[in-house]
Design a protein around this ligand. Structure first.
Ligand SMILES: Cc1cc2nc3c(=O)[nH]c(=O)nc-3n(C[C@H](O)[C@H](O)[C@H](O)COP(=O)(O)O)c2cc1C
Length: 316
């Protein structure tokens, strides 16, 4: 599954990941307060397309009333899943008791999930972290309670809020959730899956129902097909050729422009270029041009130039 990632998991990127084998994709998190105020930025994030199904829309918030109203708004756009973000570690979210902030009040987390499940016919799923900090990890109990009020699956990032993104994700507590004999909903693992071997380990060693993949896919939507190929054959698929990469970068940029206009489209696609072209020697000059050009035509021109200059480059 493609993980929800702010300013990354937008429709163009989700489309590319889907084409490359992601089975389920999630939108970036969307503020329930933004949605109920009809804030344009939040509402735009609700755009989903037939070709990307099944797609989950992720929302966050701490106020029951706003979350329920948001469920009604989200429902109208017809996603396959509504996901609740109980994992965002960012201060401005946490300090309002949303995202990972709710890990300090598990009763509220369960009550919010319960009310949302009852408010919609769509499946409600949850994404969370191991706990607030190392000393307060109760994820086995928390997951069971979320299941008991009707969450249809749970995705767990193997870090606490206190860890933010530091250190290594710990998958053992996620496996404990899965191994709880009372647990029957799918349990998905998240955090640091950046090689096909790690995805395999999540499945075979930790027994999880699937992997939710975030950073490894940024600028590298081929990661999904590489994982699937490895599962099927035990071998590594050759990396995409330069022309495949250029083609993806062109389509990505064009879809982004079509979706949100030239200015934002050009700006928000930039973060993918490093990985699209990772490994090419002496590439800095071209990457710099890609990420500093404001006009789409200039970026497309760099793509053409790169294709001509590095067309024969063999990625390993
Ligand atoms: C740029 C970025 C934005 C993110 N935005 C969200 C988000 O909107 N919702 C969410 O649940 N998690 C978000 N996350 C967390 C990821 O979904 C995921 O839990 C985390 O990156 C660990 O997985 P990974 O090691 O595969 O990247 C974000 C992560 C990154 C790097």
């Amino acid at each position: 599954m493609l993980a929800p990632m702010e300013d990354v998991s937008d429709p163009p990127f989700r489309a590319l990941c889907k084409e490359q084998g992601a089975d389920v994709v999630y939108t970036e998190f969307i503020s329930s307060e933004g949605l109920i105020r009809d804030a344009a930025k939040s509402v735009m994030k609700l755009d989903i397309y037939e070709k990307e199904r099944p797609v989950g829309i992720q929302i966050f918030g701490a106020e029951l009333e706003s979350m329920l109203q948001s469920v009604e708004i989200v429902e109208k756009t017809g996603p396959d899943i509504i996901d609740i973000n109980f994992g965002c570690p960012v201060k401005k979210v946490v300090c309002k008791g949303a995202g990972a902030g709710i890990l300090k009040d598990v009763d509220k987390m369960v009550a919010l999930t319960d009310a949302m499940v009852k408010h919609t016919k769509l499946p409600i799923t949850v994404k969370t972290r191991l706990g607030w900090d190392h000393d307060s990890i109760k994820i086995v109990e928390v997951a069971e309670r979320l299941q008991d009020v009707g969450a249809k699956s749970i995705a767990i990032h193997g870090r606490t809020r206190a860890q933010m993104y530091k250190g290594e994700a710990d998958w053992a507590p996620i496996a404990e959730v899965k191994n709880n004999p009372r647990m029957h909903i799918p349990v998905f693992g998240n955090g640091d899956v950046n090689t096909p071997e790690k995805a395999m380990e999540m499945r075979d060693r930790y027994g999880l129902d699937g992997a939710m993949i975030g950073r490894a896919s940024i600028g590298y939507p081929w990661f999904f097909r590489e994982v699937k190929h490895y599962f099927k054959t035990g071998e590594h698929l050759s990396p995409p050729t330069l022309s495949e990469r250029i083609q993806a970068a062109r389509r990505h940029l064009q879809m982004a422009i079509d979706w949100k206009g030239e200015k934002l489209g050009v700006f928000e696609t930039r973060r993918h270029y490093t990985n699209y072209f990772k490994g090419i020697p002496h590439f800095k000059e071209y990457r710099m041009k890609m990420v500093t050009s404001d006009a789409a035509k200039d970026v497309f021109a760099v793509f053409d130039e790169v294709e001509e200059l590095f067309g024969d480059y063999e990625f390993v």
